[in-house]
Write a new protein. Structure first.
Lengths: 171, 185
């Protein structure tokens, strides 16, 4: 039990910020973010005994955080939103240089609105892309093949681009 | 809601609450297991073995059927509890969602697992009524007790289905929706 407590505290200390970011993506208010954060910690504690080390600890923490937020969203999923902070450095991770126009200040709000039109899984994948995770890690977390992840990311970005273009043309 | 931070003593109290809950679950599991074992032994001694009473063979068979049926129910209940307690959030999302569907779906397997103990209770009830009835009205009383038992079982089954529909079906639907999304390119 003492060893578990030590592992837990170390893990939370090393991953607190990334867990909080994941919670911020899915929970709109500070209170809900704290509730979700607490739920992630409870699930980390519950699942720690079954961690066999077959994936990196960081990937495992992401898995618990994403699965908790998807399950948490299972209770509140009609209100689930991907909240990306405007001006967030992490947003740069999601788009390449040719998409620079998407990262302009005036486009960010529109981009965020479009991100929230995505399905749950697409939101979860984009959340991990924004976190800057490589395809291999996203594939480990979500449980689908790397090529499938790549195809999904490509499709999501195309959808976002086309939506943003349509919206800007309509103004 | 409190804000658990690595820089505060709140983490200590949070961990201590988690440990307390773990200990409570562990103790509760042990106590329930011991309780079941003691009750099973007690009822076997009282209703099946009992060398001092004038129990007939039929009484002993009835006692054995009740003990077996309730042991079966207790075993199913404890497995059901374990399945819900041991959810692993560290699995890949795809596998986790498949497990959610498996855990919460309304399955034929669960219904089939309930049939043997229900049949045992039905037989035990029929034998109880049979041995206390005269030869003339025994068939009628056995039939009535079977009918009442069947209606009660059906009612309980329907209530269970309604509870599942409200509590678990939305989770299954949500998980299935995500699985469909995950499997779509």
């Amino acid at each position: 039990m003492i060893e578990k407590e030590l592992r837990f505290k170390t893990l939370v200390r090393e991953n607190e910020e990334r867990i909080r970011r994941i919670c911020r993506y899915y929970a709109p208010t500070e209170e809900e973010q704290n509730d979700m954060y607490q739920e992630v910690l409870v699930n980390i504690w519950k699942s720690l005994d079954s961690f066999r080390g077959d994936s990196a600890m960081g990937t495992w923490v992401y898995r618990v955080a994403v699965n908790t937020s998807l399950s948490y969203s299972g209770q509140h999923y009609k209100r689930m939103k991907l909240n990306v902070e405007v001006g967030s450095d992490y947003l740069q991770n999601a788009f390449e240089q040719e998409d620079e126009y998407m990262l302009k200040e005036e486009k960010i709000q529109a981009l965020q609105a479009e991100l929230n039109q995505l399905s749950f899984i697409d939101k979860a994948i984009m959340g991990l892309v924004i976190e800057g995770l490589p395809t291999k890690d996203i594939s480990d977390i979500i449980g689908i093949t790397e090529s499938n992840v790549r195809v999904k990311i490509h499709r999501i970005k195309n959808e976002l681009r086309s939506q943003l273009n349509t919206n800007s043309e309509s103004f | 809601m409190e804000n658990i931070s690595r820089n505060s003593g709140e983490m200590e109290s949070f961990v201590s609450r988690l440990k307390k809950q773990d200990n409570y679950n562990l103790q509760l599991g042990k106590v329930l297991k011991r309780f079941y074992i003691i009750m099973v032994v007690f009822y076997i001694l009282l209703m099946v073995v009992n060398p001092f009473s004038d129990l007939s063979v039929l009484h002993r068979v009835i006692g054995l059927l009740f003990v077996l049926a309730f042991s079966w129910f207790a075993m199913l209940f404890s497995r059901y509890q374990k399945d819900f307690r041991d959810v692993d959030y560290g699995l890949p999302t795809l596998q986790m969602m498949q497990n959610v569907v498996e855990r919460y779906k309304f399955s034929l397997k669960t219904i089939l697992q309930l049939i043997p103990p229900l049949v045992m209770v039905a037989i035990a009830l029929s034998l109880t009524v049979y041995q206390s009835s005269s030869a003339a009205n025994a068939p009628y009383r056995v039939l009535m007790v079977q009918l009442v038992f069947f209606l009660i079982a059906l009612g309980a089954g329907y209530a269970g289905y309604e509870v599942w529909k409200v509590k678990h079906k939305p989770l299954v639907d949500h998980a299935r929706e995500m699985l469909k999304e995950l499997n779509r390119m």
